[in-house]
Ligand binder design. Structure first.
Ligand code: ZN
Length: 335
């Protein structure tokens, strides 16, 4: 299989082409230039401005999606310690959060003294959502280039819930810990508004409907959320790791000081989710490329990861016993 000579994208990646030096079209277009760095600085400045504008106005300054993985743990630490924000962290336990990750979540939120919601949606609806994500095509190619269908479904539940909570609780910012490879810089800070959220909500509702009927409608915005409020309740959405420094070793060192430990039960690409390796295997089989190839290619291009390490991570495959166990859990068998 042909792989880009600069990053790690394979020839099976949708729409990819290579030049005479074996560089992929993404690498050719990418400019690691001063222009990019100054764009990063602009987002950082905008971020500081927004924080100055919202800090202390409401009981919470930011609602943070907290998976318990390394990146969201680091994000939580930065927001609390460097930016001095009042935080509400939310974890959605979709039934596959590893027990080591649950331990990390408890330790970290206690250590940082952060208010924390643990949300556990009904497990039958979620199992059906994940199962049907494997067989019913609802997501656009662009979304599947960056994550498996199962991960897309899970993230859509999380994103819907956080927006709804932020609007209802009047929390001015929603923050995610996406790495620079996962989140494009240009969308790392943006203000939502009613038409935008309405559109997003309708799209997600249609996906959920096709996959599981109306069983997840409690996670979606309703008409009342768009009924002319006296004050704009729609939050900023921010992915700070897209424009702040990102160094995995530094991140791990920092979060270990909070008592966070690397889980040993979550496979090669996740530090919280037991379903992740299964979702990767399913995506590889269905589409012929690794769902983390795009993210890892981004990290390699940005200089945040060595190419050899990226290639090694993308070559890891889970065992048959693990895959069979997850499949039976998704079918509804309990352990
Ligand atoms: Zn490339």
């Amino acid at each position: 299989m042909k792989i880009c000579s600069r990053c790690v994208l394979p020839e099976t990646f949708p729409g990819i082409t290579f030049d005479s030096e074996g560089r992929c079209s993404y690498c050719v277009r990418y400019e690691r230039s001063e222009k990019r760095e100054s764009a990063g600085r602009r987002f950082d400045e905008r971020f500081i401005e927004i924080l100055d504008q919202v800090r202390g106005k409401r009981p919470y300054d930011a609602l943070v999606a907290y998976s318990g993985g390394k990146d969201s743990t680091y994000t939580l630490k930065l927001l609390k310690e460097r930016y001095k924000l009042e935080l509400l962290a939310v974890t959605v336990d979709q039934g596959f959060v590893s027990s080591a990750a649950l331990e990390n979540i408890k330790t970290v939120t206690e250590r940082l003294d952060i208010d924390h919601y643990m949300v556990r949606p009904g497990s039958a609806a979620l199992r059906a959502l994940f199962r049907n994500s494997m067989t019913i095509d609802v997501y656009p190619v662009k979304a599947l280039e960056r994550a498996s269908a199962i991960c897309n479904s899970c993230m859509n539940v999380v994103k819907s819930l956080l927006i709804k909570m932020a609007v209802e609780m009047r929390i001015p910012t929603v923050v995610y810990g996406w790495s620079p490879g996962q989140a494009p810089l240009r969308s790392s800070v943006f203000k939502t508004n009613a038409p935008m959220l309405k559109k997003m909500n309708e799209t997600t509702a249609a996906w959920f409907n096709t996959l599981v009927g109306d069983r997840l409608s409690g996670f979606l915005l309703e008409d009342r959320h768009f009924a002319a409020p006296e004050k704009d309740p729609y939050p900023f959405i921010i992915h700070p790791l897209a424009f702040l420094e990102y160094d995995e070793r530094h991140i791990l060192d920092e979060i270990r000081t909070l008592g966070w430990n690397v889980p040993e039960d979550t496979g090669s690409h996740s530090s919280n989710c037991l379903l992740n390796d299964f979702a990767i295997a399913e995506h590889l089989e269905r589409f012929g490329f690794h769902p983390y190839a795009f993210e890892i290619a981004g990290l390699v291009r940005e200089g945040c990861m060595a190419r050899e390490e990226g290639l090694e991570r993308l070559s890891a495959r889970p065992g048959a016993a693990y895959l069979a166990r997850v499949r039976s859990l998704l079918e509804g068998e309990t352990e």
